[in-house]
Design a protein around this ligand. Structure first.
Ligand code: GLY
Length: 522
């Protein structure tokens, strides 16, 4: 299957997202082409390394590289892990021309991306997301960072990757729970901005696990396409990008109040989508029929829509407290229709007040026994919100110090780092030279095809910046041959019209086009 590509157009931070099955040859080719002399530093986690460790070595055979496998889990997304990555980069002599490869799920992507954003004031990073959630959400858009005990993602940086490689073969080794968790972000994208994807999800319903490879690729591409289009318009989340927080205001509160690690992020987002849809209905934005459809879709997919072990009081006090800032209202994304979302400023106090009614609606709309409640979590009597104190628009919860401590991010276990050094230490190994002790069995230099397998304007830019102008021109010429209306490719050529060679190239291209379409060029 030929890989496909999509560009995130962000000026000089533009990059390509490549999609396909087993696209490691493209991944290898890309690294060889654009980082021929620099070292490659792969950051992954031990779960991923246990499945793909050998593959990583094989895909990078002949390229000097090291691999760092961190302990897995959201509770390890902390500064200790970032410091480990800094040490790994320092020991591996990473320089400005080095490349960090974030190979894993969202935690690995955030940590490796942040380390790359800050090491030597910023080095390049590519994302190879291995979970559905990271493929459709965290690998694209440049958000990187880590958690503090005081809150999630409190430290971070925007650092766009240089490329993203989305290989659906990784989904084959994902367990059902993690795959399902990723579907929550897919449903979010459909609701927020892609009605066609929404219709497709409704048609598939509970049979989502038996989607064919081609259908998976379509679904992932649509979700990523929507996210990329939002990021292109509001990279730094000053306004529009907030619609990607659909389901996350209540979802994050659920995740935090249950104690991180209890619910997967995607499971909390699924709950948040359902709860916020009901809130949208109460606020007169979301129709009742859409809420019904969403609730049945999520239940059909196997999502729990409530965590009855979590008191409403905890959810209420966690809402809007992600960043430990006392804000009084949020720009809440609400779904007006499938694929159409609007941001509405809503006082947090109002959201908190609606929680008991929302929980009651969720239970009413989910026929008993269909709530997919995790085992051992019987639905208790409704928790009163009586220990919440309303002061003006603010709500404060009164609870014991022990309870506060219990709901904080769990204390970190001693991190265990597995580090592999695939490229030999020692005097200046030449590119492709493999020194003794290298784990890769076949150290032959990778073949670099004369032309890239996938052609995009961003690739052309990269070739151009490296002095390979004729390859760059050929790429753009081929893009225009396949898609004469491609505005970016036209602009690329137009921007180089002062260059005689480019004019000759353009003329050549026009002649080819004229011949192909049977026109006279005069
Ligand atoms: N995950 C939401 C965003 O990237 O903005």
């Amino acid at each position: 299957m030929n890989p496909e590509a999509m560009t995130v157009a962000l000026g000089d931070r533009s990059y390509d997202i490549f999609f396909g099955r087993e696209i490691y040859s493209l991944f290898q080719e890309w690294i060889c082409r654009f980082y021929p002399g620099g070292t490659v530093h792969v950051v992954t986690d031990r779960n991923v390394a246990s499945i793909y460790g050998d593959d990583i070595r094989q895909w990078l055979a002949g390229i000097p590289h090291d691999v760092l496998a961190l302990p897995p889990g959201e509770e390890r997304k902390n500064f200790d892990a970032v410091r480990e990555i800094y040490g790994f980069l320092a020991r591996g002599d990473a320089g400005r021309d080095s490349l960090v490869v974030a190979f894993g799920g969202g935690v690995v992507g955030d940590l490796a991306g942040f380390a790359a954003a800050t090491y030597l004031r910023g080095i390049s990073c590519i994302q190879v997301p291995t979970t559905l959630l990271s493929q459709v959400d965290s690998s694209v858009g440049g958000k990187t960072g880590f958690n503090l005990p005081e809150g999630k993602n409190l430290v971070g940086a925007f650092h766009q990757p240089r490329a993203v490689f989305i290989d659906d073969a990784f989904l084959l080794t994902l367990d059902d729970r993690n795959l399902r968790a990723g579907m929550a972000e897919v449903v979010k994208c459909a609701l927020a901005g892609d009605a066609e994807l929404w219709d497709r999800l409704l048609a598939v319903g509970g049979k989502w696990k038996s989607l064919s490879g081609e259908e998976w690729r379509w679904v992932v591409r649509r979700a990523v396409g929507f996210k990329a289009s939002v990021v292109e318009r509001d990279e730094r989340e000053t306004s529009l990008r907030r619609i990607l927080n659909l389901g996350h205001t209540i979802g994050h509160a659920m995740e935090k109040s249950g104690g991180y690690g209890r619910l997967l992020h995607g499971e909390a987002v699924a709950m948040g989508l359902a709860w916020e849809a009901i809130l949208g209905m109460k606020l007169g934005v979301t129709g009742g029929e859409l809420v019904d459809r969403l609730v049945s879709l999520l239940i059909g997919m196997g999502f729990p829509l409530d965590d009855p072990g979590v008191a409403l009081t905890s959810i209420a006090s966690a809402i809007g407290m992600d960043k430990k800032r006392m804000v009084s209202d949020v720009d809440l994304p609400l779904v007006a229709a499938p694929g159409r979302c609007e941001l509405r400023r809503v006082p947090l106090a109002e959201i908190r007040r609606e929680l008991p009614g929302i929980r009651a609606e969720i239970r009413e709309r989910s026929v008993a026994g269909e709530l997919n409640v995790p085992a051992g979590n019987a639905i208790p009597e409704e928790s009163p919100v009586s220990n919440l104190v309303h002061v003006g628009n603010e709500v404060y919860e009164i609870r014991s110090a022990e309870e506060n401590a219990a709901s904080a991010v769990p204390a970190e276990a001693e991190p265990v780092i597995v580090e592999e050094r695939a490229a030999a230490a020692g005097p200046e190994p030449a590119p492709w030279e493999v020194t003794a002790g290298l784990a890769a069995p076949e150290p032959a230099p990778p073949e670099i095809p004369a032309a890239p397998a996938v052609r995009t304007v961003t690739l052309a830019d990269l070739y151009w910046s490296q002095g390979e102008r004729s390859t760059a021109r050929r790429i753009v010429g081929e893009i225009l041959r396949d898609d004469p209306a491609n505005l970016r490719a036209q602009a690329w050529l137009a921007a180089r019209t002062g260059d005689d060679l480019v004019e000759a190239e353009l003329l050549g291209f026009l002649e080819t086009m004229a011949k192909e379409y049977g026109y006279d060029l005069s």
